[in-house]
Write a protein that binds this ligand. Structure first.
Ligand code: FES
Length: 158
């Protein structure tokens, strides 16, 4: 997968995001959220830019990013598929659903499809055990998913 380029035009937008939050290092998490939403991910050069603007060390920004799982330093697909592998889902076929998702996407867990359409993740329980096995795609939740239905689900997303 080729990482999308960070174009120069994005830096004034990052600066605006930082300014809107008062150039305040205590708003770092909120700033990183907004920057990730804009850029799609938080590569090294963006981390350094944010650190510079906030008067922080790049390592401080990096450690916050690595602490929180919702931040990513690699490009992500337009839709994130999360296949539940908690106990209830796992024993009711979640493992086979995950295998089928990976097969359909042509990538493994934690990876992104070549066309940047999907990223594939696992979760350990989404609190819907009675509806297992469960898959989420973006904000959509699918219950009692069978491997044979995976292709149909993915086809809903461009
Ligand atoms: S184990 Fe999958 S929703 Fe709880």
């Amino acid at each position: 997968m080729v990482a999308p380029c960070i174009t120069p035009e994005v830096y004034p937008e990052i600066d605006a995001i930082i300014q809107e939050r008062g150039n305040d290092p205590s708003s770092l998490i909120e700033i990183l959220h907004a920057v990730q939403e804009r850029v799609g991910y938080l590569p090294q050069e963006v981390q350094e830019h944010v650190a510079d603007r906030l008067g922080m060390m790049a390592g401080q920004v990096e450690s916050v990013i690595s602490f929180y799982s919702f931040f990513t330093t690699v490009p992500r697909g337009r839709h994130t598929i999360k296949v539940c592998q908690g106990t209830a889902c796992y024993v009711r076929g979640g493992k086979r659903v995950l295998e089928e998702v990976c097969k359909q996407c042509g990538c493994g867990v934690g990876e992104t499809t070549e066309d940047m359409r999907f990223s594939v993740d696992i979760v350990r329980c989404v609190g819907a055990c009675g509806l297992s096995p469960v898959v989420t795609i973006g904000d959509d939740i699918y219950d009692r998913v069978k491997p044979t239905k995976v292709a149909e689900l993915l086809a809903k997303y461009e």
